[in-house]
Design a protein around this ligand. Structure first.
Ligand code: PLP
Length: 450
């Protein structure tokens, strides 16, 4: 599509007149008009004015294999011709969903060989909530219903997903969380660690889980859900002491461990799953985003074999979605996984491009505005501060994160702002020279913000 100014204006008018965009101030967006993104190729996007933009967020943590892969287009169109829709309800299935379930079992951690498909990550977490309660009821412990989650975690935007998440702004709109979901502190050393060393803080944050289990009562707690690395909360990388201690606590008490792998899954940390990266052994994993590289919507819940054995004895599980295991999404996911495996994309991230990205990103730590740079694999965060020594922030009305994001937007880079934390999550296929482009643009935008 050829872009020109009058097209942009027409699209912005359509937005104002007809579209309600997610996570937006509708009135402000109507006045300003959205930027119209028209095309993607590799790690770059183009807007309706013809500007080229490096997508430092892989869409929304989605585009593992990058934009413009014809193989996925082919897989979708072939499947649409053959069987565009059938559900997996009522004793039916179809080849793409079965082949995908098998392919997933080959890449997920050992002992996690079954998957319940959904249309999104939020639906995956809704499924988890119902499945863990059903599981405990079948085990003769129907009082085990409470799920422990973390402040500032993100688990989706449905009522259950937003309740599991620990985003205050989301809880305030709509009387959340729903009953049976409680939250503990996040392992965010830079923001909340105070005088503690990262290691001591990691132990403290993990011990908050045990405190909560004892407060609620082990006999009432069904599961603990956490992202291996909190993404939307600001790429919160737990101190090294955190996960081993959490594993110890969960092993001591009879509680299921749910890893929300919606962001960390499919190679983002340089391993297939964030749980592999940390050596965690979850009972369930929520997946989405990188499953299809975002080309079509799909999510799921991967379930450990021992749990499936119990569910197998329980009759109907009264839960599912019209689009659970959608054949076109399944065909696309299969092709996406084939590409990730055959092109050794995750190995390249682990061995080559992620170390380079992390090294180059940390060069930004000398910038006067930067309090900390952290990252793992293809994830990174840059904390903007007023005072490097004390980690003091700018007053909230200054909103340096939004200012920096605006400069990035105007200078051909997408970086997201979570408060005053700038975050990145580029496509896994980003090259070293594109990483140079990302870091150089980021520095320029920091200079413009300072
Ligand atoms: N879980 C995590 C960790 C996420 O980051 C997200 C979305 O960003 C979700 C769940 C929800 O996924 P969806 O937006 O596909 O419902």
């Amino acid at each position: 599509m050829t872009a020109n100014n009058s097209n942009t204006q027409q699209w912005q008018a359509m937005s104002r007149d007809h579209h309600l965009a997610p996570f937006s101030d509708f009135k402000q967006l109507a006045e300003k008009g959205p930027r119209i993104i028209t095309r993607g190729e590799g790690v770059h996007l183009w807007d309706s004015e013809g500007n080229k933009i490096l997508d430092g967020m892989a869409g929304l943590w989605c585009l593992a294999i990058g934009y413009g892969r014809e193989e996925l287009v082919e897989a979708a169109s072939k499947q649409m011709r053959e069987l565009p829709f059938y559900n997996t309800f009522f004793q039916t299935a179809h080849p793409p969903v079965l082949e995908l379930a098998k392919a997933l079992a080959e890449v997920t951690p050992a002992g996690m060989n079954h998957v319940f498909f959904t249309g999104s990550g939020s639906e995956g977490n809704d499924t988890m909530l119902r499945m863990v309660r059903h599981y405990w009821a079948l085990k003769g412990k129907p009082n085990k219903k409470v799920v422990i989650a973390r402040e500032n975690g993100y688990h989706g935007s449905t009522v259950a997903g937003a309740s599991l998440g620990g985003m205050k702004g989301m809880h305030e709109q709509g009387d959340l969380p729903i009953p049976g979901i409680v939250h503990i502190a996040q392992p965010y050393w830079f923001g909340e660690g105070g005088e503690m060393t990262p290691e001591a803080f990691g132990i403290w944050a993990a011990d908050e889980l045990e405190k909560k289990i004892l407060e609620v009562g082990e006999d009432k707690v069904a599961a603990f859900i956490a992202e291996p690395i909190q993404g939307a909360g600001g790429v919160i990388i737990p101190p090294d002491s955190y996960w081993p201690r959490v594993r110890e606590i969960l092993a001591k008490h009879d509680i299921l461990f749910v890893a929300d792998e919606v962001i960390c899954g499919f190679g983002r940390t340089g391993e297939w799953f964030g749980s592999d990266f940390y050596g965690n052994t979850p009972d369930m994993m929520t997946i989405a985003k990188g499953l299809t590289s975002g080309y079509v919507p799909m999510g799921g819940l991967v379930v450990r074999d021992e749990i499936v054995q119990v569910l197998n004895e329980g009759g109907d599980f009264n839960h599912g979605f019209t689009y659970s295991g959608h054949p076109v999404a399944a065909a696309v996911a299969l092709e996406n996984i084939r590409i990730l495996r055959e092109e050794k994309i995750i190995e390249r991230v682990r061995e080559e491009t992620a170390p380079y990205l992390q090294k180059r990103l940390r060069e930004l730590a000398d910038h006067p505005l930067v309090g900390e740079v952290r990252g793992v694999g293809m994830l990174g965060a840059i904390e903007l501060v007023k005072d490097k020594a004390t980690r003091a922030r700018y007053p909230s009305d200054k909103s340096v994160g939004m200012i920096c994001r605006g400069h990035c937007f105007d200078n051909g880079l997408i970086m997201r702002a979570v408060g005053d934390t700038m975050i990145i999550s580029p496509p896994l296929v980003i090259s070293k020279s594109e990483i140079d482009e990302l870091v150089e643009k980021a520095r320029k935008c920091l200079d413009l913000t300072a």
